[in-house]
Write a protein that binds this ligand. Structure first.
Ligand SMILES: [Zn+2]
Length: 615
């Protein structure tokens, strides 16, 4: 089966273990059962309601129209239940209705049960089997037995607090901190003046799942294997990641995310956080980390168009809280993450703490509320959430130049928007936690507006996509503000935090601690960014792209057969970043020796990770 075809039918086949497919399909059947339930209820209501007022609706179109109206009313009722009694109550009500349908007709809802045909009962039964099979999908255990908690917890109270702030799709090139012409990041500029700024920090992947997994696990995507948007790190990698080690050393851990794709429950880190404020917004699509706590394969099932579209989408949008308000641009409000993090901090007496906050803007849609909206470009274009998303990958080239320019301005407005909330959060953190606190601000990946390439993810690995901000404020008296020019990567953050916290680093981690100023020349260290989203997560790595940065050079190699719309014939790219930082001149054919040398080094470093991993 061609890889793209399989990807379209069931993306989960690329990243799930066979044992996980049963609960996944169980979840999908459960969703289908809910769709059937909604339709059956609607038809029942239509028939009985019409008869009660002396009508019989015979024509199918009329029945469908009235049924849709009935569903809308039911959605409204569900919405009320959720808002007043909570989403768990709503789930219980729905599950009770489902079970009721399976009871003997004389016991309950006899008239309703007659409306159900035997095939729907079969679907409902499979849905229940799906619920039962979910027990197979337990979260990873919360403690790592390899870590000697007793030995490391003795001096817990003296360890610094650690706050990690990751900002989704924030490209360093678009921040005033890194030289952007517009004043996009005034708050972070101010914070950076009293912190250490890394001028050459790189994301190890080019979209959320890969980026946050590298941040938290200290391993590159070729090791953690969270290669697809809904993939997650291998269990043995997750169990020895930063949150587990900090928690074992006595840290109270908390996570706030406003992007469910990077939510700790969905990623399999739910057990490592004492407090979790998962995304319940469904901002990306109806994938909500809050639901992932009950249905671990909710997000995955939501990606299957056969089960998600259109009824489930509607259900999620209206019942579970995905209100896409196209006029106000408030869905992605960074103040939501800021206030959740702040209120947790205010109620938290235990020390030390590890708090990870992931902000959604400037991820598309880029349109912000006022006063940020149109502050950099007053055009009436792309001013709503419905009309301000990027055209992804190589399809960007087909976007008009006017729209490209406006979208880039909207993106920069969204940076200023998130910068405002991050500034407020940092002020609150400093006031609450005092000087014995490490504050790290970075991004999961960047965003592209150049090279005929839009958005993030896919095979491109240009600087806009992988050059990210990294600002570290150390506890006093270690903090020595200034700019550091050595090349560093996301995977360096976990060992850096471990060093500052005085805990042992995992031998599995691939990064280096940044606490000490290196003696080597600034860019002698080789770093890697990659994308293997079209490669099965546990298979041999044969399809994808890798950027190798060594010396002043950046090599981008494409491997295997890639399937992206409008993708030009892939050719090896080599740029000399010292004289061509915008990557305008591919010099691969002029320097075949450099290409060979970097490719050989990449092959050597990748070899231990390239083979298939245990399923
Ligand atoms: Zn992201």
């Amino acid at each position: 089966m061609p890889i793209t075809f399989a990807h379209q039918i069931e993306p989960a086949l690329f990243y799930m273990k066979p044992i996980e497919l049963l609960p996944l399909y169980g979840t999908e059947w459960l969703l289908l059962a809910l769709v059937g339930l909604m339709l059956s209820v609607a038809v029942w209501v239509v028939d009985h309601g019409a008869r009660a007022v002396g009508f019989r609706i015979h024509e199918l179109p009329a029945r469908v129209l009235v049924a849709v109206a009935a569903i809308s009313i039911g959605m409204g009722a569900g919405h009320l239940v959720r808002d007043h009694l909570g989403a768990p109550t709503l789930i219980i009500v729905m599950a009770a209705a489902l079970i009721a349908m399976l009871l003997p007709r004389r016991i309950l809802l006899s008239g309703f049960v007659r409306q159900l045909n035997s095939s729907f009962r079969g679907v409902a039964l499979i849905g229940l089997l799906g619920v039962l099979s979910l027990s197979l999908a337990s979260q990873p255990s919360s403690s790592n037995h390899a870590i000697d908690a007793a030995a490391t917890a003795t001096s817990a109270s003296r360890r610094p607090n650690v706050v990690l702030i990751s900002i989704d799709a924030l490209s360093a090139q678009h921040m005033s901190l890194y030289g952007a012409l517009r004043k996009t990041s005034p708050e972070l500029d101010r914070f950076a003046s009293e912190a250490i700024v890394f001028d050459h920090a790189y994301a190890n992947g080019n979209f959320t799942t890969m980026g946050v997994s590298s941040l938290i696990t200290g391993t590159r995507p070729w090791t953690h294997r969270a290669l697809q948007i809904l993939g997650r790190p291998l269990e043995w990698v997750a169990k020895d990641a930063l949150p587990a080690r900090l928690r074992a050393a006595g840290y109270t851990t908390a996570s706030v995310s406003t992007n469910a794709v990077g939510g700790v429950r969905r990623l399999g880190f739910g057990g490592e956080f004492d407090a979790q404020f998962p995304d319940s917004n469904g901002a990306v699509f109806p994938c909500m980390d809050s639901i992932s706590g009950w249905l671990p394969f909710w997000c995955t099932a939501m990606q299957n168009p056969w089960t998600a579209y259109p009824w489930i989408l509607y259900l999620a949008q209206n019942v579970f809280g995905f209100h896409h308000d196209n006029r106000e641009n408030h869905d992605y409000d960074p103040a939501i993450a800021e206030s959740r993090a702040s209120s947790w901090l205010h109620g938290q007496q235990a020390r030390p703490i590890f708090l990870w906050v992931h902000f959604f803007p400037p991820h598309d849609p880029y349109a912000t509320p006022k006063p940020w909206l149109q502050s950099f470009d007053d055009s009436p274009l792309a001013i709503t959430a419905a009309d301000s998303s990027s055209t992804y990958y190589y399809d960007w080239a087909a976007t008009s130049s006017v729209r490209r320019r406006v979208l880039e301005a909207r993106y920069e407005e969204a940076i200023a928007y998130v910068d405002h909330s991050v500034g407020e959060l940092i002020a609150d953190i400093q006031e609450r936690l005092g000087p014995n606190t490490v504050i790290i601000v970075t991004a999961d990946h960047g965003e592209s507006f150049q090279h005929g390439y839009g958005g993030h993810g896919g095979p491109a690995l240009y600087e806009e996509l992988v050059h990210i901000p990294l600002i570290i404020k150390l506890p006093q008296p270690l903090n020595a503000p200034g700019r550091r020019s050595e090349r560093v990567e996301q995977i360096d953050i976990a060992p850096t935090i471990a060093d500052l916290a005085g805990i042992e680093k995992s031998p599995m981690w691939e990064g280096r601690s940044l606490v000490a100023v290196p003696s080597e020349p600034s860019n002698s260290h080789t770093v890697y960014s990659m994308n293997f989203e079209e490669n099965p997560a546990r298979g041999e790595l044969t399809t994808g792209s890798v950027a190798t940065l060594g010396g002043s050079w950046k090599l981008i190699e494409f491997m295997g057969r890639l399937h992206y719309s409008r993708m030009p014939k892939p050719e090896t790219l080599l740029f000399d970043l010292t004289i061509d930082p915008l990557e305008l001149h591919n010099v691969a054919s002029e320097h075949p020796d450099i290409v060979r040398e970097l490719a050989a080094q990449r092959a050597t470093d990748m070899a231990p990770h390239q083979g298939p991993v245990a399923r």
